[in-house]
Design a protein around this ligand. Structure first.
Ligand code: ASP
Length: 424
């Protein structure tokens, strides 16, 4: 797909470099001149914030049209509509499995390490807690009353339902269907090109987002809950590296190294935007063009994963529940812990992949096991950085499951997967 492989390779390196540089510049400002009015208002709160916000908007701008067009192109090209049910079943099964593993690992680690004993956060303030939708609500709301409304709201599940149905209709509508299918296949290529444009400005966007974070975070807030922060970090990395490598090896026999190498750019996007939803364009482009997953599978599993699959979020929630229980000196029973596992898995299904949503969902989990929801205030101050990190894990999970499902369907191009430079 590339005009010039070397330039694009440079681009992904530049995105990673921008991330590191943004952190250094942000921290340097934080330690020196962040309080000087013009630096605060015009550089950090001005230039950097504006560039970062514009970058996120460009990415978000692509999500709905890309998911819609790419999913129609994928589904309408299926020769046998039954394939879709099988792909969907495998993807949802694996998404639930990986989230279940994630939260179980998290709770176990929280029970062993006990990060909540001896924690000393500065403030606990009462917080308003948003209600969590019930399973029945999630189910009903998957069907759009009005597809345009769903698109305007960026509601991923109803968009997926509509696009899949439309794709099926196209696949079975004879000559008219064939013409429509060709149109969407072409349109999909065009939108992918647009994704390429947005990726070109990514280094500036990533730099700005990270610089603002570095410059405005009060790092002392981390000290009181340091054990919690470190434990979440360690478990996120452990899950990403160990669980996905094992699953890839067991289900596909493919090299996990190659997988992780090719996923770096996606992770950098997820980290700097803290949104798996906004990262969809990059995830989709990468799994198709760099890892070799066919659009038939990826166009379905990637947007689905951005909504349904949140392993990183599950890890935070599992550890946070243990942390809050320990902080308040409440002993949870085994049944309550099992309840947490179930709640966390269910919660991640209905939630959109947007910044900070994991913390809101946590309120429902805490309430379900009788823990004080205002305990969330304990970890509020440190959540931003953890949100970024867990989002990188969330999208890694989406890509891993997509790779596994595509492989099992014979829709993974192994030559592309093994080619270091594929899709550059
Ligand atoms: N920001 C996360 C995501 O978009 C969700 C969360 O954990 O808050 O995947």
């Amino acid at each position: 797909m590339s005009d010039n492989g070397f330039d694009h390779q440079k681009l992904s390196n530049r995105i990673l470099l921008a991330l590191g540089l943004g952190l250094v510049v942000g921290l340097a400002l934080n330690l020196t001149v962040a309080d000087v009015p013009w630096v605060r208002d015009y550089l950090i709160g001005g230039l950097f914030e504006v560039v970062g916000e514009i970058f996120i908007r460009f990415l978000s701008m692509l999500v709905v049209p890309l998911v819609f067009v790419s999913l129609i192109a994928g589904v309408s090209s299926l020769s046998d509509p039954k394939t879709l049910g099988r792909v969907g079943g495998k993807a949802v099964g694996l998404y639930l499995l990986t989230t279940g593993i994630a939260v179980t690992l998290a709770i176990t680690s929280a029970i062993i390490v006990k990060p909540g004993e001896g924690a000393s956060p500065d403030v606990i303030e009462e917080r308003e807690i948003a209600a969590q939708p019930s399973f029945a609500e999630v189910l009903v709301e998957m069907v759009p009353r009005n597809p345009v409304e769903a698109m305007a709201q960026g509601d991923m599940l109803p968009i997926i339902v509509f696009a899949v149905l439309l794709g099926l209709a196209i696949a079975t509508a004879g000559r008219a269907g064939e013409r429509t299918r060709d149109f969407f296949a072409d349109f999909n290529e065009v939108i992918m090109r647009l994704v390429g444009y947005v990726m070109m400005i990514a280094p500036y966007g990533v730099f700005s987002l990270i610089a603002v974070l570095g410059a405005t975070t009060g790092w002392q807030t981390f000290l009181g809950v340091l054990q919690y922060v470190v434990l979440v970090f360690v478990m996120l990395i452990l899950h990403a590296v160990v669980t996905y490598s094992i699953l890839l090896k067991v289900f596909t026999g493919l090299s996990a190294r190659t997988f992780f190498r090719k996923l770096r750019t996606v992770q950098a996007f997820a980290f700097s935007t803290a949104s798996s939803g906004a990262t969809i364009p990059v995830t989709l482009k990468t799994v198709e063009q760099r890892l070799g997953a066919d659009n038939k599978v990826a166009s379905f599993t990637v947007p689905l994963g951005a909504t349904v699959n949140m392993d990183g979020t599950a890890i935070m929630q599992g550890i946070a529940t243990g942390f809050i229980a320990q902080y308040y000196g409440i002993d949870l029973s085994l049944t309550q812990y099992l309840m947490v596992v179930l709640m966390v898995v269910m919660a991640s299904v209905g939630a959109a992949g947007v910044p900070g949503v994991g913390l809101i969902l946590l309120a429902g989990v805490l309430a379900a096991v009788g823990l004080p929801p205002e305990g969330i205030a304990l970890i509020l101050g440190v959540d931003r950085l953890l949100d970024m990190t867990r989002t990188a894990v969330n999208v890694t999970g989406d890509a891993a499951v997509t790779t596994i499902v595509a492989h099992s369907e014979g829709e993974l191009n192994l030559a592309v997967y093994d080619d270091r430079n594929a899709g550059l």
